[in-house]
Design a protein around this ligand. Structure first.
Ligand code: THU
Length: 139
């Protein structure tokens, strides 16, 4: 479990990334931070597009930044919005988190008023879809 101090620092980092959100269509700004097993932290924000279906969520932006730096084992994710109660990751992001985090991955939803909600990934996405990359598949 992350300490209260670690959560506070991660919330600040995600809130900082949120300031860079590109959300002119929804007005819903999101910042995220993911923590790798070796404690490196990567931030992301949502990036919307005039073709709205192409919008990228903050969580997936942060995960992509981690993977680009060689991190594929994530232990925690923090998402910051201005929502009350704090907004949890969308379904697609939960599936992305499940690709790189275990059932016990910590997911923390926070808002700008200091409210936090803490979950495990299993709570947010029980029975996540998974494929064994070692297993040969028919074409
Ligand atoms: N969004 C995120 O960044 N993360 C989520 O988990 C939920 C939704 C973004 C996508 C879009 O830019 C805006 O929030 C409104 O849906």
């Amino acid at each position: 479990m992350l300490s209260t101090e670690s959560v506070q620092a991660l919330v600040l980092l995600a809130a900082k990334a949120r300031e860079n959100a590109h959300a002119p269509y929804s007005g819903y700004r999101v910042g995220a931070a993911v923590v790798a097993e070796d404690e490196r932290v990567f931030a992301g924000c949502n990036v919307e597009n005039a073709s709205c279906g192409l919008s990228l969520c903050a969580e997936r932006a942060a995960i992509a930044a981690a993977v680009a730096c060689g991190e594929k084992r994530l232990i925690a994710a923090v998402v910051v919005t201005d929502a009350e109660p704090p907004g949890t990751p969308c379904g697609a992001c939960r599936q992305w988190l499940a690709e790189f985090g275990g059932d016990d991955m910590e997911i923390i939803a926070a808002n700008l008023r200091g409210q936090t909600r803490r979950f495990t990934l299993k709570q947010l996405l029980p029975e996540a879809f998974q494929l064994d990359p070692e297993r040969p598949r028919s074409r």
